[in-house]
Design a protein around this ligand. Structure first.
Ligand code: DX5
Ligand code: ZN
Length: 221
């Protein structure tokens, strides 16, 4: 099986018990933690910042934390997440004035860097900076909220991103985010994704271990 990673989005967790929730999904078999940062400016919602990331580290979480920045500007806050314990920091190219500089800034802080593509954003942004990218994140919903419906044109975009990544020769992860469920995870894997964000599908399920197990069974088909 390919090196698939399941990344539960804590946006759908019970924030009043966040430490326990993150421990529970990791014990249930999740590979990393997807950490959605929204600023009520770039996207119409407001979530969590570096203090919460740091609090998870202090709680004893050692798994990779995959910080998805839906904020503008990016450069001011990205280093704070690196210091707070992030492993991956991804941002939306439209939210940065100087994309090359932001990618380098994230790497200079010791993190893996990535670009996030909204449903209507072209993959052309990758062309001149692919050597500075560790993760490509394809949004299969418009960013801002959990629990939205998967937008099927993301499948073609995943295939295109997979071609670009393979042609580049760089070890770049291809992540999909938005509306991922047990019944479509295999389809997105077939289209080229290797990292799967799932928020509501996991945190709103009765049993995290069963749900993650069923996702892995789909990926093994
Ligand atoms: C949306 C976020 C997603 C979201 C996914 O802006 O980036 O990570 O939490 O939630 P589901 O899996 O419920 O679509
Ligand atoms: Zn996300």
């Amino acid at each position: 099986m390919a090196n698939y990673k399941i990344a539960p989005s804590i946006l759908s967790a019970d924030f009043a018990r966040l430490g326990e929730e993150v421990t529970a999904v990791l014990e249930a078999g999740a590979d990393m933690v997807h950490f959605d940062v929204m600023d009520n400016h770039y996207v119409p919602n407001l979530t969590i910042g570096p203090l919460v990331c740091e609090a998870l580290r202090k709680h004893g979480i050692t798994a990779d934390i995959d910080v998805h920045l839906m904020v503008k500007p990016v450069d001011r806050i990205a280093p704070d997440f690196a210091k707070a314990g992030a492993n991956y920091i991804t941002f939306h190219p439209e939210a940065s004035e100087h994309i090359d500089r932001t990618l380098q800034l994230i790497r200079d802080e010791g993190c893996k860097s990535g670009l996030v593509f909204n449903p209507a954003t072209s993959l052309d942004y990758l062309k001149y900076v692919i050597d500075k990218v560790d993760m490509v994140l394809i949004m299969s919903v418009n960013p801002g909220f959990g629990g939205q419906k998967f937008i099927p044109t993301a499948l073609d975009k995943l295939r295109e991103a997979r071609r670009i990544i393979d042609a580049s020769g760089y070890p770049i992860r291809l992540e999909i985010d938005g509306g991922i469920k047990i019944d479509n995870i295999q389809q997105v894997a077939m289209a080229g994704a290797d990292t799967f964000v799932a928020g509501s599908a996991i945190f709103q399920s009765e049993n995290y271990k069963t749900t993650i197990g069923e996702m892995r069974a789909e990926l093994a088909k």
